[in-house]
Ligand binder design. Sequence first.
Ligand code: SF4
Length: 541
Amino acid sequence: MEKKLLLGAEAVAQGAIDAGISGVYAYPGTPSTEITEYIQRATEGNQASVHSRWATNEKTAFEAALGVSYSGRRSLVCMKHVGLNVAADAFMNAAITGVLGGLVLVVADDPSMHSSQNEQDSRYYGRFAMIPILEPSNQQEAYEMVSYGFEFSEILRLPVMLRITTRLSHSRAVVTPAEPRAQNKLNPERDRNKWILLPANARKNYHLLLTKQDALRQISEQSPYNRMISGSGERAVIAFGIAVNYAMEVITSHNLEIPLLRISQYPLPEKMVKQFTAQYSEILIAEEGYPLQEELLRGFSGDNRFRGRLDGTLPRTGELSPALLEKALLEFMGCANDTRHDTKQPAVIYQPVTYPLVVPRPPMLCKGCSHRDLFEAINRVMNDYPEKHVFGDIGCYTLGALPPYSTISSCVDMGASITMAKGAADAGLRPALCVIGDSTFTHSGITGLLDAVNDRSPLTVIISDNGTTAMTGGQDSAGTGRFFDICKGVGVDEAHIRSIVPLRKNMEENITIIREELEYEGVSVIIAQRECIHIRKTKNR
Ligand code: SF4
């Protein structure tokens, strides 16, 4: 097969297409967005039978993928780490129902929070749900592991998690694809009881999940992705996922003889780990994310042979890098100043200059962005109130927290603007105002609005409708053109669903409308509608 130069995210996507998926479901979120975009580009061209459309949120995406699996076909579901919090309910229960057609969940974690509100480690979720986890160390493995994951998923009848991180997702390497495989035939689940999680069935299924754990560990012991690389001395390294790549780079660059155990499949192969660790007096644990495996290996009694993020040998937070591992490993081996090893030679494999992690974007709204005129109008109204609280949400408009506007006072998670404003209104805050994007509103803002309507909480919601999911690159937005009807359907009085066009020429009229609705002692919605300038440019091309 012809070699391809692919981002890690694209390698996952190509792997899924070649593994015969029938559907991909996702909500856009950096660093996972490119997986679905790649499949969409491919399906538009030559894989038209792969269903692909952006979902309203990660939970609905996961549930749709589960539906494809129920029909006997293979499905891929993609999200960023915080998206798994949203999908957690469906995700945890899918481990109990099991699957029929292979289901691979790709979660892209973002250590160092390049474009996220936290740096949680999704391997905890995989462990929590007791499902297999695969963690590729490079783009070729990312490609291959997708197919391996689907096979594994169908044999074990469990969802499989593929965990990648920003660095792998957004860096390119040459990938050699395999022969593509045809899609599964439609063959819906016959054993319906399995999928009806009434307590009697759920207990049986949970027991079945527990009985599969030994098999999962056995498979990990034999996995081609878990193996020892020999060396000599009293000290050793255990590296996980992409940290394998970093460790190999440091070992090769400095001609180190240190033994390495590489792990890319979980649950941990216990025998292999015990056999390896018994031989050494000290072991450096290199893993991307939280010190999950280090903590497990140290145990409650504190086996101090294990070094890593917990004892400060590696930094506790942020992204791991070859340079960080190089420093830690050379110090750990006591040869930081040893001239036998070429310690001056940096072992850097990912050059930020060559492979920028994200397209550098100044932390400000684009010139001509509709949010600018909206924030100016809000500021002019809110200046009349002694304290200016505007609850914000996740999207480009979060940048309204920064000067020159400094409009937004909070941003916690998707959809939290409405529910936080509701809580503050219930507590007596006046006016209670929030700003939410169109896509975020459909993601998880609607339910908060329904709460406010049910409680008659006095608040004003501004839906900034720019017709797209702008922050992640312009994916479809689920409610475009229908926000009036949606809000009316949720129960907002139609006299208090107002529309404005945030343009400089409309400034005085917009200020009047915002002021009127802030004074209303009930739920009001203002739909501020103006397209993101980039979407408009694309349409006009
Ligand atoms: S991408 Fe669009 S919505 Fe986001 S700041 Fe730029 S113009 Fe505004």
